[in-house]
Structures are given as C-alpha cells and as structure tokens.
Design a protein. Structure first.
Length: 275
C-alpha cells in the first residue's frame, strides 16, 4: 500500500484517523509550542497529548498560531491514573477540552490499566455517546485488560496505544494479533526507541540501501506493519526527517529481516504482568 503524510486508517466505528503524527511526551509546557507548529506546517495532522504531559494548553496555543481549522486536525488526549473513576474521568475530560480550547476530542484514551479502569471506561462510553469524543480507546493495555473491557462493556476500544518497535515486536506479537483479530487498531509510541537503537547494524544497512536514516527505516517499518505511528521530537530537523518517509517502501525481505531482530528491549514496564 502506498502511504502519504495524509494517509488515514479507518477505526472500528468508521472514523478515519491519520496513520502518522507527532507524539509530545516530555515536551512540557512552552517547549511543545514550536515543535507542534513545525509539524503542522510540514503536513502533520495528528497530535498526541495527555493530561500527564502537562502541555495541552500550549498545544492549543500552537494550533491557534498555525492558522489551521479544528476540523483539519486529529487530537488525542488521555486520562491520567489519578483521574480514573467515573466522575473523575468526566471532570478530567472537561479540563482537557478547556486546556486544548476545543469543543471535542477526536480520540480519548485510558493512559494505563489501573484498578478503576472499568469505571473509567464507562465514563469514556458516556463521553462517546454524548458526542464529546469521536472515538475512545486505551493505552498500554495487555490482552487480559482488553478481554475484560470487551467482555463487560458495550464498546470495543478503537485503538490500543503502546510501546512498539522492532526491538520488542516479537514479545508483543500476541497482543498485536489480539488487537487485529478484534478490530482494535495498534498505535505505536516510542517507535524510535528514544534513539537508543539507531546504531543497530540491521537498521543502518537497510537505511543505506534506500539512502535513509535508521529512524526513517523504523518509521517506515511501523507504517508498513499497519500501525499508527507517532514519533516524538522537539527538533525541527528531526520532525522534518521523520516525515520524509513517504518516498520509499521497504521490500518484503527487508521487513522480514527487521521483524526477526530479537533484542528483548523495552523502555517501559511490561503491563501484561499487571493485575
């Protein structure tokens, strides 16, 4: 399949979501403004944030200064652990709307599968039925957490966002398959491993073949796996480089070679071990 920076993927409720966007974790407060403006100017339309990132109101500032209309954008935010529970989640959502200076969100996620996740999901269902959010989903949910939601609630998550790159791909294969079998789209955060694996010889070798960087190979791999990909960067040159992945395609042989990298490497905890 051919991709462009404007390519979208259809979620299980029919909503179309950009396949590629900007992650904003660790871009706190004012530090997020220029990166979001740069990204939007380069054609990015998906912006991923969260209450925990403490940058929602600054993202609103960047969007306003970009001159783009709200309906051109796809904005995701997430409810944080301390805001979970039915009433708390409804309140946290309204706070996010206020900070983002918008009347709705395109996607709202439960950030982590904490103890009050079922009450929290009921709140997300309420927000969805009220038309305040166009799609709802989860982040960092393992199979048992997804099964619980599917078995006990009315709405299946549209998206599961979790750490995903070739260095934990084999470990996450069961989760990826489960999501695909249940029409839950996979969204990959930290697709560039925070830069920790950009010197891997396989990535460098394949990058040289296409005259691309290891980071561009990782993003292209993610897109060709049919994952939604949200690399984070605060650098204008890196934001531009990350978007320059739509003029080449990894061969099936290159994809398979990347798939077979077995590094057993994760940046964050394995949530499948959580109750």
């Amino acid at each position: 399949m051919e991709f462009t920076i404007n390519s979208k993927i259809e979620l299980n409720n029919g909503l179309e979501m950009p396949r590629f966007g900007l992650g904003t974790w660790k871009l706190k407060r004012e530090s997020v403004v220029n990166p979001v403006k740069w990204a939007l100017n380069m054609g990015y339309r998906l912006i991923d944030t969260a209450t925990f990132y403490r940058n929602e109101k600054y993202i609103a500032k960047a969007i306003k200064e970009s001159g783009l209309s709200r309906d051109e954008l796809f904005i995701t935010s997430k409810v944080w652990d301390t805001d979970q529970g039915y009433d708390n989640t409804l309140s946290a959502f309204e706070n996010s709307l206020r900070k983002l200076d918008t009347e709705y969100l395109d996607l709202y996620l439960i950030h982590w599968p904490r103890k009050r996740r079922n009450e929290t999901w009921k709140a997300l269902e309420k927000l969805y039925s009220d038309g305040k959010v166009k799609a709802i989903g989860v982040a960092n949910f393992a199979i048992q957490h997804l099964e619980e939601i599917i078995d006990t609630h009315d709405i299946i998550p549209a998206v599961n966002q979790f750490e995903l790159h070739p260095f934990d791909y084999s470990d996450e294969q069961d989760l990826i398959d489960y999501c695909r079998n249940n029409d839950i789209k996979v969204e990959a955060y930290s697709p560039l491993t925070h830069g920790r694996k950009l010197n891997h010889p396989t990535l460098k070798k394949i990058g040289e073949k296409y005259d691309k960087s290891a980071a561009q190979v990782l993003i292209r791999w993610s897109l060709q796996q049919n994952f939604i990909c949200i690399p984070k960067s605060g650098s204008e040159s890196h934001i531009k480089e990350n978007a320059n992945v739509f003029d080449f395609k990894l061969s099936s042989e290159d994809m398979e070679e990347i798939n077979t990298i077995k590094a057993n490497f994760r940046l964050l905890d394995d949530t499948s071990k959580w109750n």
